[in-house]
Design a protein around this ligand. Structure first.
Ligand code: ATP
Ligand code: MG
Length: 577
């Protein structure tokens, strides 16, 4: 599959080596590592979004990049499901995540689950207990919080902190056997309740959850916490560089603590280290899975693959290409400070990619009938129309039929046009793309005064050349009425009408949803050739934007198209006004 190959759009600016690559280069040069093993560790509790794409491109991209420098087996990227919370996770999400990673063009060098290591993690926890590094705590959740102290005050030791090793081992084993209710006990690391880093104040390692897990079923009723499970999973898999987002900066000390205290006992194949990079944020949308879930479950959108969403599935259905998303991630780069990227940058990347890939065709979204009075009723003229503009080095064309009755866009006609309106108006001449010039001679209106039809005359001397002595400034698109194919077109726009969702209550962001994020236009008229269009095929509708045949709802004879992106950044212009 051509889409599998890693390629950054040729127009993406060349970036200097980022700090992650600098670290890896140093590690290889100093001999600290002879391998580059990364992982992408999604929690299967929702669909992936464009932020995850950044992490995917980075982790899988590194394994591919260093393949040039290191022997074959020395570079790997694992897909690991971080499935430590049985209450939120599902197989359905795992399947969706795998599909999305592959669609983005990557293949994992191993598929793992944190739950693969539950038995090992239990054994290691016992080892920590035996070495006095962990204890069973019987404080309630609120008590744990209270004992933890704050950023300015140290915490207090749990009254259970001095339990004997024997008692701890016994309690921990009975926790596993299911002798206790949820919340009755936890296993905590025995570190330092006065640490300046709150994460080091005897963090939870295990909690009791009587819940069925989608992989391990009812085998377990105690589940490890992320901060314990993640470093162990990394170390068991021989991960060398464990890359995560900045909000885990304070967790790094605990990550190292877990590894350091188990390294000798467990004989891990690598000593992984955690590195944090800036997460991707985009304006005019929401990205956290919690909010996306709320949109889906609250039926504010049609599902996880609704084209308004920044999910990979939504963007795929919207018509984005994997190449454009990878180019976008490359253009954003890998930084150490969080920032918000403008949606226009993503839109630029998809236009840039489709400019080279999407054949140009004619489609009328809001049709206005035009009768060309001097064109014979029965005639059809088949005109040559190239699929590509001059600056795209591709070949291919089709015939477009020209007839007495055609459709043009309602917006391309004005009864009383301003001076700089170069399209159609009473007495005004315009060029029809690939065809002749026409002049409007009469306007037909209904009883309410709406324009329902135009009467025009065409100039047979103007095919492929300008009329003598007349300047025709405007060119408009059109389709033959007799040959047109009907379609429904879904115009998609940004999910939010504001750059950032309002701060405040969690669901307040729902109020910022752009009511025009989806406009359904029916009765659109497409040129004949589009009758053959297949689901997933992308086109540029001249002057309108890029469109894709919807993969779910489009049927032969009842075509549905999605607008991927407009031709220009109309949003920026509208904002300026
Ligand atoms: P969210 O915060 O959107 O709910 P998450 O971080 O809980 O997502 P995970 O499934 O835990 O989602 O993420 C898997 C990986 O993707 C993690 O390594 C995480 O750091 C990375 N990731 C998640 N969101 C982003 C983002 N916006 N930009 C870059 N990487 C991200
Ligand atoms: Mg998470």
């Amino acid at each position: 599959m051509a889409e599998r190959q890693w390629e950054v759009s040729s127009t993406a600016p060349a970036k200097p080596v980022d700090f992650i690559r600098e670290i890896i280069n140093d590690d290889l040069e100093s001999g600290r590592h002879t391998k580059v093993v990364t992982r992408f560790p999604p929690e299967p509790n929702g669909f992936l979004h464009i932020g995850h794409a950044k992490s995917i491109c980075l982790n899988f991209g590194l394994a591919l990049e260093y393949r040039d420098r290191l022997p074959g087996s020395a570079t790997r990227c694992h897909l690991r499901f971080d499935d430590t919370d049985p209450t939120k996770e599902e197989t359905l999400y795992e399947e969706a995540i795998k599909e999305d990673v592959r669609w983005l063009g990557f293949e994992w060098d191993g598929l793992y689950h944190a739950s693969d290591y539950f038995e090992k993690m239990f054994e290691y926890a016992e080892h920590l207990i035996m070495s006095g590094k962990a204890y069973v705590c019987s404080l309630t959740d609120p008590e744990v919080k209270e004992y933890r102290g704050s950023l300015t005050t140290p915490g207090r030791n749990s009254p259970y902190r001095e339990r004997s090793v024997d008692e701890n081992v016994d309690l921990f084993r009975r926790m596993r056997k299911g002798e206790f209710k949820d919340g009755e006990h936890t296993l905590r690391a025995r570190i330092d309740m006065a640490s300046a880093n709150m994460k080091m104040r005897d963090p939870l390692l295990y909690r009791i959850r009587h819940a069925t897990h989608h992989m391990t079923g009812d085998a377990w009723c105690i589940y490890p916490m992320y901060d314990y499970a993640h470093p162990i999973s990394d170390a068991i898999e021989g991960i060398t560089h464990s890359i995560c987002t900045l909000e885990f900066e304070n967790n790094r000390e605990l990550y190292d603590w877990v590894i350091d205290n188990l390294m000798e006992y467990a004989k891990f194949p690598s000593r992984p280290r955690q590195y944090e990079f800036a997460r991707l944020s985009l304006n005019y949308t929401v990205m956290s899975k919690r909010r996306l879930l709320e949109l889906v479950e609250g039926k504010h959108v049609s599902g996880w693959d609704d084209p308004r969403l920044p999910t990979i599935a939504g963007m795929r259905r919207r018509g984005y290409t994997p190449e454009s998303i990878r180019a976008f991630c490359a253009s954003v780069g890998v930084a150490k400070a969080n920032s918000t990227v403008d949606m226009a940058q993503l839109e630029f990347c998809i236009r840039d990619d489709l400019n080279q890939k999407a054949p140009r065709v004619l489609a009328v979204l809001k049709p206005l009938k035009v009768v060309i009075e001097n064109f014979p009723e029965a005639d059809v003229e088949e005109l040559d129309a190239s699929y590509w503009p001059h600056d795209v080095p591709r070949e291919g064309s089709r015939k477009v039929p020209f007839c007495r009755e055609i459709y043009i866009e309602q917006d391309d006609f004005m009864l009383e046009p301003p001076k700089d309106f170069y399209r159609l108006a009473p007495g005004q001449e315009v060029r029809l793309r690939y065809a002749y010039t026409i002049t409007c001679t009469d306007v037909v209106k209904d009883s309410a005064g709406n324009v329902t039809e135009l009467r025009c005359r065409y100039d047979p001397e103007t095919l492929g050349r300008n009329p003598e002595g007349r300047k025709v400034k405007g060119t408009i698109h059109w389709v033959s009425a007799r040959h047109a194919v009907d379609a429904e077109i879904r115009l998609y726009d940004r999910l939010l009408s504001e750059e950032a969702p309002p701060t405040g209550k969690d669901s307040d962001f729902l109020e910022a949803i752009n009511p025009n994020a989806l406009t359904v236009v029916t009765g659109c008229k497409l040129e004949r050739s589009l009758g053959e269009a297949k689901p997933g095929e992308r086109f540029q509708f001249e002057r309108q934007g890029y469109f894709v045949v919807d993969v779910k709802d489009s049927k032969p004879g009842a075509l549905v198209f999605n607008r991927i992106v407009t031709m220009k950044d109309s949003w920026a212009r509208a904002q300026k006004k």
